[in-house]
Ligand binder design. Structure first.
Ligand code: ADP
Ligand code: ASP
Ligand code: MG
Length: 449
């Protein structure tokens, strides 16, 4: 029924299935129906939905030295997986293998309930979700007679000292791992997890399986990267907060990158970059409705005008007021140098004659930064802000576009505006409590008329 020998085509398609897509035995079978089309492919899987959150919670309790609560949560999660194994397989042999996989991961989790707890321990804990889902899935495919091989992501996914993806290493390492696995119709691997520059287990941050898929796609010069999720594609607004959203058929790499960076949860913020550099199409598809064409991301955009809006939470605004120094050249350079020193990227910036305001989302070094910039003037910090980012070919919009946006936002306390920095993006900063009304107002008065 299934061919025994597949010649390895290194530029095979990469398909990533997210948490909901592998979230139940039924959905895992739906994934197999999608991928079993006779074409060799590389399949990246997330953890089953809810698992990474549960693992993060367990690690949190261990961090707080609350071992009893951690043990209870580990027991609950293990019971859930035992049931998954029971429902997933037909044969006793597969069930036995499934239980062994689950036992190995839960033994690892329990090993952290004694002794001291480190960051490596935390990263090892959160990695178990993808380690379990990929192994269980590979056993299922094998039970159904498919030629599926597991590629251990920790043998080739790498990040560098700055925790940035190390694509040259991934490119070098992945081919021998595929060769070692041997000929197969399906290569299954873990999203999200990797090794860092110390050789310790680490990850690509929450939602990172999308990024795994695009990095692997770039590393093997894949012909296409597909991100399969629980919605029919990229919508023009966040469906979690706004009712009347619409799917977008086509986006350019730049548009998708801006939207993902500025909070569109459907794609991890960095996903687009590796694909863009190598001009690999990225297709977003719905596992629950595979017949839908989804969204295609390529170098082309399907038209002019406003495409979509997204919002990024957890933003901190920093205002430096300095009547004396601001106009002096070199002032901004000195301010930026402080952020550079603490490797803290700035998202938005706006200046006036007496003050400069900027935003960051990484507050790890906020205290140090605040202390150092205090020499430039009075510093004011606002937390719990959101950047709402409108993306499209803004410049080509008809005249009066800016007034349309500002009219739509009438009554919303806008803290900062960035317009003209790029022709593709206009961003406003609002307190997060006003995010939902801001998104809805843009939906009603800018996108849908
Ligand atoms: P997965 O587990 O498959 O990675 P995610 O939950 O990370 O799925 O991403 C899909 C979800 O992203 C959707 O269910 C939707 O609620 C949310 N989302 C936020 N913004 C958008 C958008 N602009 N278009 C589509 N989905 C979005
Ligand atoms: N399982 C990881 C998370 O929940 C990675 C992913 O799903 O993309 O963040
Ligand atoms: Mg995701």
């Amino acid at each position: 029924m299934h061919p025994e020998n597949f010649e390895i085509t290194y530029n095979m398609k990469v398909l990533k299935f997210g948490g909901t897509s592998v979230g139940s035995p039924e959905n895992m079978r739906a994934v197999i129906d999608i991928i079993a089309d006779g074409e060799q492919k590389l399949v990246v899987l997330s953890a089953m939905s809810g698992t990474t959150n549960a693992l993060v919670e367990i690690a949190g309790y261990l961090h707080k030295k609350n071992k009893d609560t951690a043990s209870v949560l580990i027991g609950n999660l293990e019971a859930k997986y035992k049931k998954v194994v029971d429902d997933l397989y037909k044969t006793e042999e597969s069930k036995k293998q499934g239980l062994q996989i689950v036992k190995a991961s839960f033994d690892t989790l329990r090993s952290f309930t004694s002794g001291t707890f480190t960051e490596v321990g935390e990263n090892t804990i959160v990695a178990q979700g993808e380690l379990i889902s990929t192994q269980l899935f590979t056993v299922l495919m094998t039970e159904l007679g498919y030629n599926a091989k597991l590629l251990p992501a920790l043998e080739f996914m790498r990040i560098d000292e700055d925790k940035a993806a190390d694509l040259p290493s991934i490119r070098k390492l992945i081919q021998p791992v595929i060769e070692k696995a041997g000929s197969a119709e399906f290569y299954i691997t873990q999203g999200f997890i990797c090794l860092n520059a110390n050789g310790d287990i680490d990850n690509l941050q929450r939602g990172g399986s999308d990024y795994t898929a695009s990095l692997i796609g770039a590393a093997i010069d894949s012909e296409e990267i597909q991100i399969w999720t629980d919605i029919d594609g990229f919508h023009n607004n966040d469906p979690r907060f706004v009712s009347n959203t619409r799917k977008i058929d086509q986006l350019s790499f730049l548009e998708a990158a801006e939207l993902a960076y500025f909070g569109a949860k459907i794609l991890h913020p960095q996903t687009v970059l590796p694909a863009r550099v190598q001009n690999i199409p990225v297709r977003l598809k719905n596992t629950m409705n595979p017949a839908d064409s989804g969204t295609l991301i390529t170098s082309e955009s399907d038209g002019k005008g406003i495409k979509a809006v997204a919002a990024k939470d957890g933003i901190t605004a920093i205002k430096i007021r300095s009547g004396r120094m601001l106009m002096a050249y070199g002032f901004l350079k000195n301010v930026f140098a402080v952020f550079e020193k603490y490797k803290t990227p700035i998202d938005m910036i706006s200046t006036s004659e007496v003050a400069v305001s900027l935003t960051i989302d990484n507050t790890k070094y906020l205290n140090e930064i605040q202390e150092e910039i205090a020499i430039f003037g009075d510093v004011e910090i606002d937390t719990d802000m959101s950047i709402v980012c409108i993306v499209g070919d803004i410049i080509s919009e008809e005249k009066g576009f800016a007034s349309k946006v500002f009219n739509a936002l009438d009554g919303i306390p806008i803290r900062m505006i960035s317009y003209g920095g790029s022709r593709y993006n206009i961003s406003v900063l609002v307190p997060t409590v006003h995010k939902k009304v801001t998104l809805q107002a843009i939906s009603d008065k800018v996108l849908n008329n």
